[in-house]
Design a protein around this ligand. Sequence first.
Ligand SMILES: C[S@@+](CC[C@H](N)C(=O)[O-])C[C@H]1O[C@@H](n2cnc3c(N)ncnc32)[C@H](O)[C@@H]1O
Length: 419
Amino acid sequence: MSDLDPARVAALALLGDVLEGQRLLSEVLGPRLDALAPPDRARAQRLAVGTLRWMDRADRALGPFVRMKPWPEIHNILRLAIFEIYEGGTPAHAAVAAAVDLARATDRGAGQAGMVNGVLRNVERAGGWQALPLPRLPKWLRKPLLKTYGKEVVAAMEAAFADGAPVDLSVKDDPAGWAERLGGTVLPTGSVRLDMPGQISALPGFADGAWWVQDAAAAVPARALGDVAGARVLDMCAAPGGKTLQLAAAGAQVTALDLSEARMARVGENLARCGLAAEIVVADALDYAAAPFDAVLLDAPCSATGTLRRHPDLPRAKAAQDFAPLIALQARLLDRALTLVKPGGRVVFCTCSLLPEEGEAQVDAALARHPGLVLDRDALQVDGIDPAWIGAQGLRLRPDYWADAGGMDGFFVAAFRAP
Ligand SMILES: C[S@@+](CC[C@H](N)C(=O)[O-])C[C@H]1O[C@@H](n2cnc3c(N)ncnc32)[C@H](O)[C@@H]1O
């Protein structure tokens, strides 16, 4: 494959890892891309992410022209070419020629190259890309979301997933000043949004640690702890540290705990870059013991289905049954959090999930397990949060909110007072 475009070859390998190997892109990007030149690395990732994002529509476009389901690698070559032509800005003749070269280089050989050429020409001739429905989520996820939110909301969420995500920053101070310097806008919750940021680490303020990348929705849970200046706060699942940075910047004495040593190293780096401090503990939160804290933030491991604008690989690599152990762990972590806080202290539980099992249902179950545990819905009324987003159990943030301004991640946030 030496004459082939290395970025497209790598993108195809990534697609195979996700779609056939059921691996997340985050697990395979390093091994697949490290040997490439930086521009090829960025392009390969962009091609793989874009193809996954638009895959459902690409399959609809292909449907009338493929009689039998193509071999997986040929199918992925077709999907990649269709993404490139209709959403990736590649001239059609170049995308088709590249797809034919890629097909010729597979084990299936030249016969498949002819088929790829013919099918792509047919798709082009048929036209109508824009008239096809927006990409739909896979059934395992679409079904429970339809049951929870209804057809209209799920369609709006799917539109948000197709749009992708801007880059949001949490700033230590002066959001308006940083928005002006970086050409961004200040969101109602105080995050700064950038539409076309380019290389993040080259932007003013990165090296000095004036801000860090954090989706606007992800910045809300730490705010639900209220004024934490001087308080001892446990960030119980802390890595890579977005919320630790927020709490430290707000003047809390933070203990940042996480099971993963590698991910915790990133918390240390982020704190150092931003000139902030926290106690770092690598441990299983279920075994961790300490003098009771004033407050605990539990950002529990979850399905991450709220982050699909940036991670279209996730619903393709995972399935519902993968999350059952996490849902059980969330309940155990919440029980543990309640033992680590002073009586009457605030505990904020959150997940970047859209599934009620990882949000509202966890709250109902925790209230049933712990007599005396009190929900503190007032704590969720932080600046910029529409009160209509706060339900009986907590704050439900959805990717289709702020649709005209670029959306937000899906999140669930609940605030409790410990018994
Ligand atoms: C959603 S992420 C946390 C994101 C982080 N709060 C932030 O804002 O950057 C969940 C984290 O939980 C950690 N985790 C999973 N099980 C854990 C356990 N038993 N004890 C401590 N941490 C755990 C994972 O390593 C992962 O870093």
